[in-house]
Design a protein around this ligand. Structure first.
Ligand code: UTP
Length: 295
């Protein structure tokens, strides 16, 4: 039986260039979907999956992400005085037990593999989750919870996988799998951002992983790969030949790529429509959009 996963690494040291100029002075992960920043969606999902230790891999200018999970005594007492209990409840969702969040610095954005490797001393010798906060997944059972349950059966490394349009393979790590129709599929190959003509399938890796500590040993010596970055995909791929190997997990849910403008806007509309306090107004606005704009 694999060891329980209680630690999650959240790499948040990227430059977020696709959202410039907004990300010039604000971390991408603080952008809000309706009224919660992306980082909170990631933390809520992790907590629901039983994660108790959170490791933020940060960089210069990312301090607000750590501050966000601090208590805000002045704000709390002002809301209390005014009897704003609903807002106090909202604020309580950002409370974290002391010591639950650790931060480690990635001095240079050398790639996702390097960011995860920076956390190696805090991870130690146990399986751990990696969550990319810019992938927001809307699902009944939180995606990471689905994966923790599945990985307890398979052991080894597990990556969240979803089918993408064949023309889009060059944006993702793509899996070669033995697909028997079940949610967990054994991976026999992984390629980072292949051209559609070279892609082994249209099953793409997205931003949820459960990894074994052996991946960190591989990252100790790993050279830069595609795009000159130290790729996490390459380190995971090194585990394929072993036993229990690498598994793709076809999760239940809808993933929004909030690292892209289009994905972020889609998520905003979708999460807005799910909110009872906003639904009617937003739906009316969408229904009334000038058809000429939609052509
Ligand atoms: P992205 O590929 O989305 O890169 O990283 P980015 O820098 O955040 O954004 P763009 O492409 O310039 O717009 C995926 C995840 O990996 C983290 C990012 O913070 C994001 O959560 N990351 C990436 C690091 O922590 N360090 C890196 O060196 C690279």
């Amino acid at each position: 039986m694999p060891r329980k996963v209680t630690k999650a690494v959240l790499p948040i040291a990227g430059l977020g260039t696709r959202f410039l100029p907004a990300t010039k002075s604000m971390p991408k992960e603080m952008m809000t979907l309706v009224d919660r920043p992306l980082i909170q969606y990631a933390m809520d999902e992790a907590r629901a999956a039983g994660i108790t230790d959170f490791i933020f891999v940060t960089a210069r200018g990312k301090g607000s992400l750590v501050d966000y999970f601090d208590r805000a005594p002045e704000l709390e007492s002002s809301l209390k005085e005014k009897g704003k209990t609903d807002l106090l409840d909202e604020l309580a969702r950002t409370d974290m037990p002391s010591g639950a969040i650790s931060t480690i610095r990635q001095q240079q954005a050398k790639g996702l593999g390097h960011a995860v490797w920076c956390a190696r001393r805090l991870i130690g010798d146990e399986p751990f989750a990696v969550i990319l906060p810019d992938d927001v997944i809307d699902s009944e059972t939180p995606c990471l919870q689905q994966m923790v349950d599945a990985q307890a059966e398979t052991g080894g490394c597990m990556v969240a996988a979803m089918e993408v349009d064949e023309s889009e393979t060059s944006k993702y790590g793509i899996l070669d799998v033995t697909d028997d129709g079940s949610a967990s599929v054994r991976v026999s190959g992984m390629v980072e951002k292949p051209d559609p003509s070279e892609a082994p399938s249209n099953l793409a890796v997205i931003g949820r992983y459960i990894l074994t500590p052996e991946v960190l040993d591989v990252l100790d010596h790993q050279d830069p790969g595609k795009g000159g970055e130290i790729q996490l995909t390459d380190a995971i791929a090194s585990q394929i030949a072993g036993d229990p190997g690498v598994w793709g997990f076809k999760f239940d849910g809808r993933r929004f790529d909030c690292g892209s403008k289009s994905g972020f806007l889609q998520a905003t509309v979708s999460y807005g429509l799910k909110r009872s306090d906003l639904r009617d107004d937003l739906a009316e606005f969408i229904r009334d959009i000038d058809p000429a704009l939609l052509k």
